[in-house]
Design a protein around this ligand. Sequence first.
Ligand SMILES: *Cc1c(COP(=O)(O)O)cnc(C)c1O
Length: 397
Amino acid sequence: MIYLDNAATTRTAPEVVEAMLPYFSENYGNASSIYSLGCASKKALNQARRTLADYLGARQEEIYFTAGGSEADNWALKATAEAYREKGKHIVTTRIEHHAVLHTCEYLEKQGFEVTYVGVDENGIVDLAELEAAIRPDTILISVMFANNEVGTLQPVREIGQLARDRGILFHTDAVQAFGQLPIRVDELHIDMLSASAHKINGPKGVGCLYIRSGLKLRSLIHGGAQERSRRAGTENIPGIVGFGKAIERAVRMMPEKTQKETELRDYLIARIEKEIPYCRLNGDRSRRLPGNVNFSFRFIEGESLLIMLDMKGICGSSGSACTSGALDPSHVLLSMGLSHEMAHGSLRLTLSEENTREEMDTVVEAIGEIVGKLRAMSPLYEDFLKSAGSCSPDIS
Ligand SMILES: *Cc1c(COP(=O)(O)O)cnc(C)c1O
């Protein structure tokens, strides 16, 4: 099997699993207890919190554990809306956010908030001028993702943070895709809230965090016990949190090597596909993109068919985000970048890890070439296209 869907989820690293195991068996104590078994859990909880805070240049008490990235996004948006509704009812976000942000915004619109969805350029980068123009006197929050999960583009986070700071507006970033992949310092980037998730960085599923700058008066997410400074009640998921801490420690340690390796493989894969497969388009910015992200559209092809045929060859990819594959809607991200429905439907996302090899990339390019050729040979659209192209008909074999 060749796994190229690391933006959807990653394999939990063996050292992460190993770090978690004792917290299922020997160290099962409740972190709120007084006896030493509970203290061991409390210690592990604080250790993980410190590791995450250090990576962000934040303080320990600014990290709140959640059950993942979606929960952190929901919390940031809903709690800001509720806490600041007297100040204003306007939120600015972008058209290319993850559904955890977009669908939360739709929910808030039903509650009487107004949301402006700022567009992106043809490479999927947020238009700063449009963002600035969208700000109103009653804007309470700007939420822009750090890196896009489909096309991997990196957004001008520092500039957006500065814009928000200058106007006294809160800035939230969904950093799930960038967390542990790039250095992130919340103070330098003027970030007030940041969402992250463990399973995208070789940690376990079902655990994430929200960074909340101290002093923000956000309401509690879950009411109950005093866990997470009374803002998110419920007995802590100690094994998950320990795994998250280990995963970020490992990601920071491996970052230079991993970035270099993935960037090389990414650029090799992009170059071969562009050279060998006609009528394709690289989606996303060529340089301002995540090290492991490759996203192409192939004309005259259904992304779904391509994925199924790749799967039969043991290759795991995606047609966009894991949440939209299965649905027949084309990617909202690609449409926002100005792609036609046809090109958006013909997209393939391959996201790498440091475990991938050049040989795997060779296998993948050959497989894509073969499948694209087969699918096009069956496509009436492609047949029409060849006829109209006349004698210049391309060689697709
Ligand atoms: C995966 C992802 C999420 C959701 O995180 P979960 O932990 O799976 O809930 C949110 N935003 C982005 C950008 C993602 O890639």
